[in-house]
Write a protein that binds this ligand. Structure first.
Ligand SMILES: Cc1cc2nc3c(=O)[nH]c(=O)nc-3n(C[C@H](O)[C@H](O)[C@H](O)COP(=O)(O)O)c2cc1C
Ligand code: SF4
Length: 575
């Protein structure tokens, strides 16, 4: 019916036969279809091109930002950690995650559960790479559970019956965790382990990395930054490791070994592999060259740096020595330039690093600025619920639900064995960090404390009246963690508290006698007495100061000279 209508209409209007129209439509459909087929087949050719690359299951392709392709060998990587408080494990996990994302087969292992005697030699033979994260503890000792690994390495490297080439097949990398405030034993374990590996002929993927918790002194600005820089270098260097199976490809696509600068990557605005090589060399100063070595190197060279003052016993300059000296000099210059530029900006670093911030927030701290914190005390929570308060309630009638626990300095100068801050907090012997002013710390502490109290609204058992009172704190316990009197504006902070009618209870750890003398009167001043002899104080508080005992005695003297309420707070530790 429709056909009839259509044909009569078209025929009558344009005098065109219906079959001509049908033929034209079929032609159009055919042309459109064949166009699509061509598109698909050209996609297939592209696919074929990429699969034609010499890729085996062993390899992974890394696509670079400018679409150049490199083939890197997929590795088996065992990432070990030796830790006391978890930092080394955290870094090991981080590297493992990244290794997996890059297509490597990686696993994290605790040194506690690993026997090097049975396994380490075979790791090398099986082409497994070993990466080790290890911290240093009191007097330069390894963390708990890592002693056997370190002992075995040391003994093997010094035992004349064990071949010096024992680990010659093994590729390894070491990252030490430490704190440069322990000057004599700074990263002692990481450095030693690296040396033992080398003495047993293991092949370093890159020089030992030294992570420094001391943000003020650290080369890159703290443990995480040191690690990030080392990790970047690790991936760069790992691409350069060549063994029999490594696939080496021409990154320029020109087929030439050296690039003439006219290659595709240049046209695309990318970089030639030759340029990348240069960039990679920049990272060299991340590693250990001691200042002493650098100074010696400088002494060996004259002012012009041409080495003409370098003499050997027979008066001939050894070119190899000169090369080494020049290299060390170069590192010294880079280091100095960096130090100078850091100093010239005049910007001290922040005390709390992002990693630490995360760890503290997980423990329930609210951080204020870059060095202060508040946390709700368990007695505050208890009293909000109408239950009992802390000893200050029993002794002095202080209501725990109206008490704010805070610290203007998360850092202190000890590493007390009983400290509940899990040794994650910063340490220092003087204030060398960026400082937030007293107003910021004061207002931040109040706001955050009130914020924490508000979380108890409607919680079963919380008394409405106590909740309302809790929103207006009347007491401040400066005893959270860290050393409050390290904060340069502590006096102003206390005045701000008193100005708001908030009483102050300050606990100091007896290592800063001058600060005690200079402190404005507080409501109650406490000194922690953690031990009764020099030796036991050294063991219990693990102080950073060498003259910790003199400081302790002087602090007690300074306390007795104060004309105010003072308290000796005895810390009892279960043996
Ligand atoms: C009691 C104690 C002693 C320490 N002694 C040293 C030391 O002698 N040398 C050093 O470089 N770091 C020392 N440190 C710093 C630790 O190595 C650093 O905190 C590291 O991040 C800990 O890593 P971990 O959590 O993996 O054990 C010490 C830390 C503590 C708590
Ligand atoms: S002084 Fe206080 S904050 Fe510092 S380690 Fe000792 S208990 Fe912890």
């Amino acid at each position: 019916m429709l056909e009839k209508l259509l044909s009569s209409y078209i025929f009558e209007s344009f005098q065109i036969p219906v079959w001509t129209l049908l033929l034209a439509t079929i032609c159009l459909i055919w042309m459109w279809n064949s166009g699509r087929k061509n598109e698909n087949s050209s996609e297939k050719v592209e696919d074929q091109k990429s699969t034609e690359l010499p890729i085996t299951n062993e390899n992974v392709i890394e696509l670079h930002a400018n679409s150049r392709q490199k083939i890197t060998k997929k590795r088996k990587i065992k990432i070990f950690f030796g830790t006391q408080t978890g930092n080394a494990k955290m870094l090991a996990d981080n590297l493992c995650r990244e290794a997996t994302e890059r297509g490597h087969e990686a696993e994290v292992l605790d040194l506690k559960t690993y026997d090097p005697e049975d396994n380490l030699v075979t790791e090398g033979e099986n082409g497994v790479w070993v990466v080790l994260f290890i911290s240093t503890y009191t007097d330069g000792t390894p963390p708990e559970g890592s002693e056997w690994f370190c002992k075995w390495l040391e003994e093997s490297s010094t035992d004349f019956r064990i071949p010096k080439a024992l680990l010659k097949e093994l590729h390894y990398a070491v990252f030490g965790l430490g704190n440069s405030l322990y000057t004599e034993n700074y990263n002692a374990v990481g450095k030693k382990v690296d040396r033992f590996f080398r003495e047993l002929s293991a092949k370093p993927i890159l020089p030992v990395g030294l992570g420094d918790e001391n943000v003020a002194e650290s080369l890159k600005g703290g443990m995480e930054k040191d690690f990030t820089a080392w990790k970047k270098e690790f991936w760069k260097k790992s691409k350069k490791v060549k063994d029999n199976d490594t696939v080496v490809t021409d990154t320029c696509g020109t087929g030439k070994k050296t690039c003439d600068g006219k290659c595709k990557c240049k046209e695309d605005g990318g970089k030639c592999s030759s340029e990348e090589e240069e960039e990679e060399e920049e990272g060299e100063d991340l590693y250990e060259t001691t200042t002493e070595e650098e100074d010696n190197a400088e002494e060996l060279l004259n002012e012009d740096g041409d080495g003409s003052s370098l003499q050997t016993t027979n008066g001939v300059v050894d070119l190899e020595d000169l090369g080494k000296v020049m290299q060390t000099m170069k590192k010294a210059k880079v280091r100095r330039k960096k130090e100078e530029s850091a100093q010239s900006t005049g910007e001290p670093r922040e005390m709390v690093t992002p990693m630490l911030k995360k760890a503290l927030e997980k423990q329930g701290y609210r951080l204020i600025g870059s060095h202060s914190g508040v946390k709700l005390c368990r007695w505050t929570k208890s009293m909000l619920r109408g239950r009992g308060g802390c000893y200050k309630h029993a002794f002095y009638g202080i209501e725990s639900h109206r008490c704010m626990e805070t610290t203007p300095s998360l850092a202190c100068a000890n590493k007390c064995v009983f400290c509940w801050r899990h040794h994650t907090n910063p340490v220092g012997t003087e204030w060398r960090w960026k400082m937030d002013d007293a107003n910021t710390v004061f207002q931040g502490a109040l706001d955050n404390h009130v914020g924490l109290i508000k979380q108890f609204k409607g919680v079963p058992g919380v008394k409405a009246e106590r909740f309302a009172e809790g929103l207006e704190p009347q007491h401040c316990a400066l005893s959270l963690v860290g050393e409050p009197i390290m904060y340069p504006e502590i006096n102003k902070f206390i005045e701000l508290l008193h100005g708001k009618g908030i009483s102050s209870f300050l606990v100091t750890n007896a290592q800063f006698p001058d600060a005690i003398s200079n402190l404005v009167p507080v409501t109650q001043l406490y000194v922690s007495i953690d031990a009764s002899t020099k030796e036991s104080l050294r063991k219990i508080d693990r102080p950073l100061f060498k003259d910790f005992w003199e400081r302790f005695i002087d602090s007690l003297k300074a306390l007795s000279a104060k004309r105010q309420r003072t308290v000796y707070r005895l810390t009892l530790v279960k043996a």
